[in-house]
Design a protein around this ligand. Structure first.
Ligand code: MCN
Length: 870
């Protein structure tokens, strides 16, 4: 048995899960093949908004291999048909009795509610976050019944003996639609007299959520400088490498069902399906085996999961549904989609006095699991890493006839970081200060204990100054400014831009009571069970559900260190509710600060118990024992020792345990931390902007991030690489675009431009370490940090490069066309119009008179040089 004196936490241990993933030995949902399995295909609405006047499936039913065709009407009696006694208590989500699921109130329905009163139609949705008491929730059946409200909404489902037959039969379903006017423009939707996305609601506003702290009007009245900006957060499509998929299988042994899903949230999925489809909790098992990414889009419960399960129940056979990429673009949630109005009040020295934020947030056609809550995750983060007194925030959730939005990597926080970091550059411009200096003037003094913020929460710990100093050093900021000056003077057609972002984020989504105060439906704890098996091997059962984050490796490192065993002696089990019945899954960069910490504490409890057994075996006092390298020895008599494996054997046999001790080394711990964690960092993006084509090249990217204690630096680097790439993607490339009828025109990877390796720079990453006081390991999450820090760094760099033209802003994605057009506008030239600037590909001017001569776009060094501030 290998003993391991070395420490694994902090080491770049290679990911244990990768060999299977890179050798074709992973278990994706589509690899599951079961005898007698039928395949489902979904007919989707071609209209953004229409009434369904009739559906004729008779011809489809006659097609070869077709076993059945089911409309929304056909399935309507499958939902909530056995309301269970205590939905909120069992599932953590109270879908049907939402009015009482708040603030720790007693949510147990009365006998009347469960047995006699039918569930109110309006409450039949998967929504788990009713952000306000009077939130408007549209009825959302998994398969549309009378009306379709976005292009791509399920209208019918075909079951056939294979996928191709099911798909072919879709064409034979005849649906008559009566088109209705679609609501597509977020701002237009809240204007008087706007068409309605859902007639029955009488408004397109779902909710308005406010936060007001401090004397905001005073702050603006006494300010020397006030700045008002409007930023747009375009819609994004998450693009996990594995599309969604689900297999539902009757379990002949238990009489229940097994659902295999490509999900981030097997426990939440089980909870919601239990309630929504009317199952007893112990008759449903959900398995998320290997999951090929999610980026938040699989933190959801989808119509296809519910319909596959109820059809398997109805027909008594296994059923598989696999999403194709086009469906993925239409029917998996989108992210972002906000109009941000932000106002800042400051002194002439650049000290912030107050901040006002007003958002319109596009919910899309329906409220998905957490959709309305996403902007609220940002609400607390607009003040960023800056301390001041007055803050006012308001967000209105708006319905449009587009794909529903929900969590996408960062979920509310990239939006917040972008707005505050963009307006900080505006403040630098107004004050004439260097963008680094204006930030520094507003930083908190370093702190290691919880500290109040303008948004009324407490950050756990922060020390921004060294992170900013170091990133400036890494980037050779002075040298870059020198090069920038030179290029400007020479009238170089390719201009240099340097963009800062100093960010923090709220992550480690946890404290259950805080989630309740925000009216979020679920609990925030996480659990781990650490057991030493009779053989001496270690088994960790976790409630987290990794889909690319490397939990198997990280949790092995944590357990191995505490137990003094080799990292390969630890097996980590996850993602199966039969093996890990409790868990709150993976999202919000919570897994390490909540779930990983639970592993640490459970393993520590194993050692505490093992020590008692060791003392008994060695006939020594517990206080005389030392533990190192997996071995207890008597202080001063190292020969008197016993290994953790020998102890685990004894604990299992229980032949000679201390009086009254329970057999077996197995400890389970539920961790509900007292606060979130707040990683932070300083990023510098260096861009080269070709002023003749508008093309933006990221030349370098420097980041100094702080996520507290680091468990696995290689994994953390990987998380930052991927995260920054997704932030760059938002800043420069990606956007979900709809036409005037509500069709998604960026419906495939041909039109929706995802950057690949050639578009991305080499990252230079370093870290500072400011431990979190929120948990005994001092860890903070990192899974979203890169996505949060990077968009403002990129756009600040683009604006910096263009500042000699007097350009202060380019909306995301800053495609070549937009950049080029901004240069033309700034020079009073007619840029022409172009209606296909969606993909971010280099554009051609449509007005030939606007075409520039080579070098013509070069900045005139005599123009204002707002970005030249060294
Ligand atoms: N880690 C560490 N030390 C730290 C912080 C984290 O070693 N101080 C390690 C952890 O041990 C874990 C990984 O980094 O192995 C991420 O941990 P954490 O920050 O807790 O985030 P989660 O595991 O909860 O992951 C969720 C986060 C989110 S919200 C999205 S979205 C996202 C992301 O992770 N989606 C991803 N990263 C992704 N990575 C991949 N490959 N695929 C996705 O879909």
């Amino acid at each position: 048995m290998t003993q391991a004196p070395q420490k694994f936490v902090g080491a770049g241990v290679r990911r244990k899960e990768d060999p299977a993933l890179v050798t074709g030995n992973a278990t994706w949902v589509d690899n599951i093949k079961l005898p007698g399995m039928l395949h489902a295909s979904v007919l989707r609405s071609p209209f953004a908004h229409a009434r369904i006047t009739s559906i004729d499936a008779s011809a489809a039913k006659e097609q070869p291999g077709v076993v059945g065709v089911f409309t929304g009407e056909d399935l309507s009696d499958e939902w909530f048909r056995n309301p269970i006694a205590n939905p909120a208590a069992v599932t953590g989500y109270d879908l049907s009795f939402d009015q009482r699921a708040q603030g720790g109130a007693d949510v147990t329905p009365t006998a009347d509610e469960t047995d006699e009163q039918p569930v109110d139609e309006e409450h039949k949705t998967f929504l788990a976050w009713h952000v306000t008491e009077d939130i408007k929730v549209p009825h959302h059946p998994p398969v549309a019944i009378e009306e379709v409200n976005y292009a791509g909404e399920p209208v019918a489902v075909v079951l056939a003996t294979d996928r191709y037959k099911a798909q072919d039969a879709l064409e034979f379903i005849e649906v008559d639609y009566e088109p209705l006017e679609p609501v597509l423009d977020l701002e237009g939707a809240v204007q008087e007299g706007a068409p309605l996305a859902h007639e029955s609601l009488g408004t397109n506003e779902s909710y308005t959520w406010d936060l007001d702290l401090g004397e905001i009007d005073d702050a603006f009245n006494k300010a020397d400088i006030t700045i008002k900006e409007r930023y747009l957060q375009q819609r994004l499509i998450p693009n996990a490498i594995e599309t969604r998929g689900v297999v539902a299988q009757p379990d002949p042994v238990s009489g229940g069902f097994v659902v295999y899903s490509s999900t981030q949230v097997p426990h939440i999925l089980k909870a919601v399906l239990t309630e929504y489809c009317g199952f007893y909790e112990n008759k449903l098992r959900v398995v998320a085996a290997d999951v090929g990414g999610g980026f938040g889009s699989k933190l959801n419960v989808y119509a296809e999961e519910a319909m596959t399960l109820v059809l398997s129940r109805r027909l008594g056979v296994p059923i598989k549904w696999i999403e194709d990429r086009s469906e993925n673009y239409l029917a998996t949630i989108h992210g972002r989609g906000q109009v941000q109005d932000i106002e800042l009040a400051a002194t002439s020295e650049g000290k912030i006095l107050g901040l006002r934020v007003k958002l319109l947030a596009d919910m899309g056609a329906y409220l998905q699991l957490n959709g309305p809550g996403i902007p609220l995750l940002g609400a607390f983060m607009y003040p960023g890493v800056y301390t001041f007194d007055a803050y006012s925030f308001s967000c209105t959730g708006v319905f449009t006839n587009k794909t529903p939005t929900d969590a996408y990597r960062g979920a509310g926080r990239p939006e917040a970081a972008y707005a505050i970091e963009r307006i900080m550059d505006a403040l630098a411009r107004e004050t004439g200060l260097d963008p680094a200096e204006v930030r520094r003037r507003n930083f908190y003094e370093p702190f290691e204990e919880p500290t109040d913020t303008p948004a009324g929460i407490q950050y756990d710990s922060m020390n921004m100054q060294p992170a900013l100093d170091r990133v400036i050093e890494l980037a050779d900021y002075e040298g870059l400014r020198e090069e920038q000056r030179r290029r400007r003077e020479e009238g170089d057609a390719v201009q240099l831009g340097i963009g800062f972002s100093t960010y923090t984020e709220i992550c480690g989504l946890a404290p259950s009571q805080v989630l309740a105060a925000l009216r979020a439906g679920g609990a925030g704890w996480e659990t781990a069970k650490v057991q030493m098996l009779a053989s001496g091997k270690v088994e960790v059962v976790t409630g987290t559900s990794p889909h690319g984050q490397g939990h198997v490796t990280s949790w092995s490192q944590i357990a191995a260190d505490v137990l003094g065993v080799d990292v390969d002696e630890v097996e980590v089990l996850h993602g199966d509710t039969a093996i890990a019945p409790y868990g709150r899954d993976t999202y919000g960069s919570r897994s390490l600060p909540v779930g990983g910490v639970a592993v640490h504490v459970a393993a520590t409890r194993v050692i505490d118990k093992a020590k008692k057994i060791a003392a008994h075996m060695l006939e020594a006092a517990e206080g005389d024992l030392e533990f190192e390298g997996g071995r207890f020895s008597v202080a001063g008599s190292p020969d008197q020792n016993v290994t953790i494996q020998e102890i685990s054997g004894q604990a299992y046999l229980a032949h000679n345990l201390p009086e009254g001790m329970e057999p077996v080394l197995s400890e389970e711990y539920f961790f509900d931390p007292p606060n979130f964690t707040f990683p932070f960092g300083a990023h510098i993006c260096v861009v080269e902007v070709d002023t003749e084509t508008g093309f933006v090249k990221i030349r370098d990217y420097f980041a100094v991030d702080d996520c507290g204690t680091v468990v696995n630096p290689t994994i953390v680097d990987g998380q930052l690489h991927g995260g920054i790439a997704q932030g760059v993607a938002q800043a420069l490339y990606e956007e979900a675009v709809y036409d005037e009828e509500g069709n998604l025109t960026t419906g495939s990877m041909v039109d929706y431009l995802i950057p690949g390796a050639p578009e991305l720079p080499r990252y230079t990453l370093e870290r500072t370490v400011t431990p979190s006081p929120t948990n005994p390991m001092g860890v903070k999450g990192v899974g979203e940090a890169g996505t949060i820090g990077s968009p403002p760094a990129v756009i600040n760099a683009v604006a910096d490069a263009l500042s000699p033209y007097g350009i202060t802003h380019v909306d995301m994605p800053a495609s070549p066309w937009k950049v080029w057009q901004a240069i033309q506008d700034a020079q009073g030239r007619e840029a022409g119009t172009r209606d296909a600037d969606r993909s971010g590909r280099p554009a051609q001017a449509t007005d030939s008179t606007a075409a520039m001569e080579p070098g013509e776009g070069s900045p005139n060094p005599d123009e204002p040089t707002g970005g030249d501030r060294t």
